[in-house]
Design a protein around this ligand. Sequence first.
Ligand SMILES: *Cc1c(COP(=O)(O)O)cnc(C)c1O
Length: 415
Amino acid sequence: MTALPDFAAIEAMDAADALRPLRDRFILPPDLIYLDGNSLGVASTAAFAELRRAAEEEWGQDLIRSWNTAGWFDMPLDLGDRVGRLVGAAAGQTVVCDTTSINIYKALHAAMALRPDRSVIVTEGSSFPTDIYMAEGVVSTRPGASLRLEGVDAPAIEALIDGDVAVVLVNHVNYKTGELRDMAALTRKAHDNGALVIWDLCHTAGALPVDLDGASVDFAVGCTYKYLNGGPGSPAFIYAAARHHGGIRQPLTGWWGHARPFAFETRYAAGDGIRRFLCGTQPILSLRALKGALDIWDEVDMTALREKSLRLTDLFITLVEEKCAGHGLELESPRDPARRGSQVSFRHPNSYEIMQALIARGVIGDFRAPSTMRFGFTPLYVGYADVWRAVEILEDILRTGTWRDARFAVRAAVT
Ligand SMILES: *Cc1c(COP(=O)(O)O)cnc(C)c1O
């Protein structure tokens, strides 16, 4: 974007936006500009309707019969296929369960077991920390295993991938900078060296087109409470390519992953296919909210979603750099749209205070230590006028210095 648009041009962009009508399906508090759908997606009327039905009719009236009559038992697999469609996975390879952290643990062990003569896990030093922490946990339980970190052991991840590497665990979009990795190229690099890959899709599922099958990915994980709007703590997903199913062993061998859970056999026998990644009883109410939240995706063309996402983030970068120049903000996200996810981050020494001042004015983004302000752009419910107003408020806060008020420096537990 070169010429700076005026507000009339912004309103015209909203009027011409084919995704605009979808905003009405969401429950957005009035006058709130919500730029944090990359952390917790917005509630929808469909999610609440499913939640209410599951609680009042199924749990409230049908009770335990609902495991059979309301499809509770198969929900992790049914929803897995629906999430799978959004990330380029053919049916039968994705299951919704547990948390992303737990699914990383299962996928790492499964990958290591598929490469028994190798001992190294490669991941990113700039990864979302739980990915590194879980890899450390896996290494601690496997004698001889070790971890190599991009940014610590070598500047680029490619330099760390050799014939000792069992698995490469990598974020598709970096949670802090919003940088998008080339999935096909890095997967090929790992495979050329005989290693497997696990892609963490937390910041891409529901944010941009993903083609797991097309890129021959081995494993993927991701959460459903960010761009998929499943609700706080909604279960995560895990994908394993069908070609691996026969050989997969994962360590959390609970009864839900058993081949015959209701035979109550003495010894574990892994279930068929992706089902073996299940462990124990899943949070049915959360799954039902997710089921409702996923309905809208049947109507969304991911290419159109990506186009709008990039228009939103381009507009935000252009307006901030133009209107907030001279206030010390530094773009942390890639300027090249092909390398950018659906968020924009700016660095500033007082990012925490500035973000608190924005939140007090009804513009919600978040802060990531040590100095990042993060703004997520979710094309289903964020419009161009939201971007415009958010920048106006940011400019006002910076120009007037209202962020210096002592109350904005008080740190909360969740930032
Ligand atoms: C949000 C996020 C997670 C969250 O993991 P949980 O186990 O759901 O808390 C993991 N990885 C990445 C890259 C994330 O962005």
